[in-house]
Ligand binder design. Structure first.
Ligand code: NOJ
Length: 575
């Protein structure tokens, strides 16, 4: 392991960090096999430093049969040989740290791959054996056990149970998988599972990893006592169906929170303490259970993934997120995209209420995408989020203004959702297409001549090379915003400022104001020095779908003095 892999410094660095998500298979391919890899990430650390991010989060790079893009892990403490070696990861961490960039890795604790040594051993062992007790095996119902133990669904559809075949070829028990059949759920009541994940966290912390993103953090422990409740919602468990008293059999259980208390002790045993962010699909007022300083510390807030285009709606979400985080000693998180959702430059360019899955099934032709509007709004909202207190999570390629690749041919699709839904849901491959680094060439500089998902011709015009140094490009806007944010974001104070109904206006310390125009007409801007705008300004007016940062030099009035979010987070009334 290279020396000086540990980054010291402010233990609260994570509270206002900009974290860049790398989907390793689609970021940069160092050996030309069409698959992004760890050396590819290392080769682009200068790019990340130049972008100005504080940390990178790498989606799983562990050995995996890729039944679910790497979220089916067969060994939690190793690297997929197609992506590199542990030495490569050590070098990547050291290269990031040399540039002051922290590193998060993904922990997938709800399920493993069916190729994990433990699951293979379980299949070779009899019912009731210690090997089977690491997963959730049950007898089926019906005369010969041919009916699954209950009606619980898989997120990817349809059933959450798969029947095993005994070594002698006869049908056997069933096992639970909340995702694909290749992703059996662990039995978190088994101390062996608890200990093994603690070992994994120590393993990566010892190698210098600074933080962890926890996959499906609200799952893990389950109440498997009978009678089983019926969850007839098909392929998805809606947030609304999760009661707020912790009584759901599958999600958001108190025992799961206890597991994170144990992890917190491990995080805090390092200097500086390791940090974590939960991917927890629970109602907003339950997120703090995962984000408390006694558990994971921070939690993703996915509310902005489908917020209607309205200043009031955004303000309401921002205000409640800030007050929740402040009340629980955490800091808010903001994100517009990740590897699971249609890219936000596309969402913003489609008519409000578009069914995104239906749109994908038309290969992105109906309704028609308004690219100019989409990227304009994407830039405006990104700048607005970067002006807020809290951490912003960026997804690779959004700094290029990338759109969803909606017309991937069926034979190219890799997401298990496509097959499991019997071709009714197209899945998430359209946001996972390998990045374009150059404006031409057979894989636009991703690797040599191939990429594991086909890149469209329009990627060239949005490539890094096409935008690097180009004034007004989305890439340069991100670079400017991240650089300026570092010098402006001194405190976590925020105050709402009364403004026009369509403008979301708030101020931060030292006269830093953010105005975002959600309306369709330009509006007058307050007097002040323009720091940055998301699109060109028209004189003293703020155009529609635009954000501006202004330094206002007048004395703060009582109305807009800087206040802590906890003092005033209620959305302003519509006028
Ligand atoms: C959430 C991950 O973000 C997603 O990509 C994955 O399919 C599921 N968890 C299952 O691990």
């Amino acid at each position: 392991m290279p020396e000086s892999v540990f980054l010291a410094g402010d233990p609260d660095w994570w509270r206002n960090a900009v974290v860049y998500q790398v989907y390793p298979r689609s970021f940069a391919d160092s050996n030309g096999d069409g698959l992004g890899d760890i050396r590819g990430v290392t080769s682009r650390v200068d790019y990340l430093a130049n972008l100005g991010v504080d940390a990178v989060w790498l989606s799983p790079f562990y050995p995996s049969p890729l039944a679910d893009g790497g979220y089916d892990v067969s060994d939690y403490r190793d690297v997929d040989p197609r992506l590199g070696t542990l030495d490569d990861v050590d070098r990547m961490i050291a290269a990031c740290h040399e540039q002051g960039i922290r590193v998060f890795v993904d922990i997938v604790p709800n399920h493993s791959s069916d190729q994990h040594a433990w699951f293979r051993a379980a299949l070779l062992s009899p019912p009731g054996s210690p090997e089977r007790a690491r997963y959730i095996f049950r007898e089926g119902r019906g005369e010969s056990g041919e009916i699954p133990p209950n009606n619980w669904a898989s997120h990817f559809g349809p059933t959450g149970w798969t029947r095993t075949t005994n070594p002698d070829g006869t049908p056997g028990e069933w096992y639970l998988h909340l995702f694909a059949p290749e992703q059996p759920d662990f039995n978190w009541d088994n101390p062996e599972v608890v200990e093994d994940f603690q070992k994994t966290i120590r393993f990566w912390s010892d190698r210098g990893v600074d933080g962890f993103r926890i996959d499906v953090a609200h799952a893990l422990t389950k109440d498997m006592s009978e009678p089983y409740p019926s969850y007839p919602t098909g392929a998805s468990y809606e947030l609304e169906s999760i009661p707020s008293d912790g009584s759901h059999h599958l999600f958001d259980r108190d025992e799961t929170i206890e597991i994170y208390r144990g992890w917190r002790q491990i995080f805090n045993s390092y200097d500086p303490p390791r940090v974590a962010v939960a991917e927890a699909g629970v109602p907003i007022d339950r997120l703090n259970r995962y984000a408390s300083s006694e558990t994971l510390g921070q939690s993703f807030n996915f509310a902005l993934f489908n917020t209607p285009w309205s200043a009031q709606e955004y303000q309401s979400i921002i205000a409640s997120s800030l007050s929740q985080a402040t009340a629980h000693g955490s800091s808010s998180t903001w994100a517009l995209s990740n590897h699971d959702v249609v890219r936000h430059a596309t969402r913003f360019g489609l008519p409000e209420g578009t069914d995104l899955n239906q749109w994908l099934l038309t290969d992105g032709t109906k309704p028609e995408l308004n690219r100019e509007l989409g990227v304009g709004r994407a830039r405006a909202v990104t700048m607005m989020l970067l002006a807020l207190p809290g951490s912003t999570y960026l997804y690779q390629g959004e700094e290029l203004g990338l759109f969803e690749v909606a017309d991937l041919p069926a034979q190219a699709l890799q997401d298990p959702i496509w097959e499991r839904s019997e071709h009714v849901r197209k899945g998430r491959d359209g946001c996972r297409v390998p990045l374009a680094w150059k404006s031409d060439g057979s894989s636009f500089g991703f690797g040599s001549d191939c990429s594991h998902l086909p890149q469209p011709a329009w990627f060239g015009a949005l490539s890094v090379a096409s935008q690097d140094g180009v004034a007004g490009s989305t890439l340069e806007m991100y670079r400017d915003a991240l650089r300026l944010r570092k010098s402006l974001n001194h405190s976590e104070h925020l105050a709402w400022v009364d403004s026009s109904r369509d403008v979301l206006h708030f101020s931060r310390a030292d006269g830093w104001h953010n105005l975002t125009n959600f309306g369709s007409e330009a509006v007058a801007m307050p007097a002040g020095d323009v720091i940055l705008s998301s699109s060109p300004l028209a004189g003293k007016e703020l155009p529609a779908n635009t954000t501006v940062w202004i330094r206002v030099r007048r004395q703060a009035s009582a109305k807009d003095r800087v206040r802590l979010p906890s003092e005033d987070c209620s959305p302003r009334a519509s006028k």
